[in-house]
Design a protein around this ligand. Sequence first.
Ligand code: ADP
Ligand code: MG
Length: 920
Amino acid sequence: MSYRNGLNRTATKLDKPLSSSSNCNSSNGGKYLAPSPPPSSPAPAISKPGSPLHPTSASSRRTPQRTWKHDSGVSGRVRVAVRLRPRNAEEMVADADFADCVELQPELKRLTLRKNNWVSETYEFDEVLTDFSSQKRVYEVVAKPVLESVLEGYNGTVMAYGQTGTGKTFTLGRLGEEDIADRGIMVRAMEDILAGICPEQDSVTVSYLQLYMETVQDLLDPSKDNIPIVEDPKTGDVSLPGATVVEIRDQAGFVDLLQTGESNRFAANTKLNTESSRSHAILMVNIKKHVKVPVEDLDIPNENGLSMHKSKGSYPPTVRKSKLIIVDLAGSERVDKSGSEGLALEEAKSINLSLTALGKCINALADGKSHVPIRDSKLTRLLRDSFGGTARTSLVITIGPSPRHRGETMSTIMFGQRAMKIENMMKRREEFDYKSMCHKLGMELERCFAESERQNKLLLDVERKLEERLEETRRAEKNLECALEKMASERARHQKEHVEVLQNLEIERTERLRMENELQAAKSDMKNHKEVPEPSKDVNDEILELKLQLENERQSRQQAERELRILKSGVPSQYGNSESTEIMILSRRLENEIQRRTKLEDEIKRLQNQLSQATLELEAKSSASGFTSFGLNSLKTPMIVNHNFESDLGHNLDTGRPQDHVGLQKLLSLLESQDVGIQVQAVKVVANLAAEEAHQEKIVEAGGLHHMLLLLRDSEDETIRRVAAGAIANLAMNERNQELIMSEGGIALLSRTADNAEDPQTLRMVAGAIANLCGNDKLQLKLRDDGGIKALLKMVNSRHSDVLAQVARGIANFAKCESRGVVQGSRMGRSLLIDEGALPWIVGNANNEASSIRRHIELALCHLAQQDVNARDLVAAGALRELVRISRECSREDIRMLARRLLAGSSIFQSELRRLHIVP
Ligand code: ADP
Ligand code: MG
């Protein structure tokens, strides 16, 4: 019942200005429950919030190693509501005649306490709850704001203070089992907590304790009857190690726990022979709530040098740890009053020590005193964060209406008024959730390891495969290199062969052209012979020359065919089509050439036959007239020389241009080369050129003949001397050259060459040269004087048919000139041949097996027999028998006839024939 008589109110004391009642920045300021300083250090004068001296400041306690943080702090005064209990049955009776001592003005949040009929005092509270206020309203006004803060990460305290029986337990601890509307603050608080967390990841744990006579007892486990209070010297956190901690999953579990606690409290109090009103019941609820805090709002210190990656917009795992303490204090009856009720003073002191200490601390804080005796009791130690600390604290003071307890009521009101002056600095604690982060990182690390292992294996596989490929490539490269090298060498070989074939073809072509020209010339010669029966020049020799050429051609052709066959068989299939095709074309061309040559050969044979016929006729005529001439075309030795060089030079000589002369000079200068090989090649070219009548004059003009003679004299190489002798033989076909050779001592040089010769072909050349000189009428005597005939006769020792044939030809030429001289009357006397002792050899070889020898000697004998002056010598040498044989057996009819005429025309022969009884 409220006191309604305002007139009785004589004094109204506003302990605090109205305007400041709800002002967080109260002029009173918040004073902190500072722990007692260590004995050695002086107490701080005045601790101000945020001061570095403030030992309980969370920020000052925080060490760099911790990763939790408080926000900068929100000023929050301890809020105090007053609740009036309705009159109980006893009061209804006892106080029936008295008015209530309190009058409430809830809308003005004022309470007026009537001291007596004349004096009353009015107090203002944060909330004034009338005797008919519902439990729900009480919860919302007193506890709800604290619960909201707790769920946001701040610590919170809800505490009931008041005289025994005024409804502290009713306000805090009612379970509301009969009537749900009766549920007290504890049950409703847990309902809000469970609704505000995420049961999968957040946790709510509860400890329920009783503080009696400075002993902390566990209401959830009565065996734990002296639990120590431990304060973290760094953070100031208070904990009760050993107290039972129960995790709350649901509301029913919590209610069961409260029931257990209540029954244990009753049992304990019975055992200790006390009452609940003399103990403090403390419910401690710890909440761990995971929240998503934007990283930029986190202040995560860098630990151990590790830098935390803070990317904007990310939410690292953060946990908010908060603690709600609900304290149902023991009755606030004064000690003296308790004592008056028969309790031992000591016991009463002990029972109310904590409460007294709390009152002292609150007074000290309210008065802004420097020393707050926080360590004086276990209760103040447990509540150090609730008053002047970082928690949001809400205090409900319970009072009764009875004027009999006015003093107690007054005391309670003053406690509440003092508490309202205490300013807390609420700070939230957020911790970086290392545990879950570690778990997540561990999982991630394991995944990374597994992935890395997999990648490593893949990498190894790839590396191995690459290595294999590399090895294969190396092998392939090596094979390719070998194949390329082989191909290159094969190609070079085939190109070389190709060039050689082309050269041979060119040679063939040139030879063929030359042969055609000669054939043409021979044809026209023959024509002339037929028309004009003049003595022609050495038709026989020309035939010989043609034969030799033919032989050369054949050999060349065979050589070319052989090369072609080798080429064909040697061309590997892998060679390009172009090369095979080219070789095919070449071989076809070669075949064409061969065909054309065969035709040419046939033509030559035919012409040879004609020529033989014509020669016989001419021979007969010449013999008759004494004119027989021998050329040296047969001496054109096939020499392997640089054909291109030769033919080019030959062609150039033909043109007769000045620069050609220069070419010849150059060629001749090569004869003086120190290199024997070059000398050999050069002399061969000169010799071949000298075989052509057209070149002879130019060669002699350029000094070629002189050079050849010098080579005979000076060269130590027999090949050079042999070829030079051949060249001289060729040049000796010309009458003027013959004189030149003689004048330059040619006979002596040739003779010496013959003496030193080892190769019969050298002798053949020398003999051929002398044989040509033997055909010159004017040189007969000088030839004999220079030893030419002697040299010829000396060479018969070689017995080589080629040499003997040339000797025989020389003798025949010589004899022919002598007989011509006799006919012309320019000569008299015995043949020089007979003088030089040639007759025995002539007679001895007149019937030589080799026709090339025999026919020359037969002719020579005939020429000798034509001169009567020789007749006796011939008879003496036994030549008559040979002449008879010639007249009978000679293959040439004209010679047979000539021999017969000579035998018949000489008296000496006739008489001798008769003497010998030979019938010619
Ligand atoms: P305390 O814990 O302060 O000693 P209790 O809560 O035990 O007091 O209350 C004592 C008695 O008063 C109890 O029977 C309780 O039911 C009753 N009571 C207390 N407050 C009220 C109230 N506001 N309305 C009705 N009954 C109340
Ligand atoms: Mg109680």
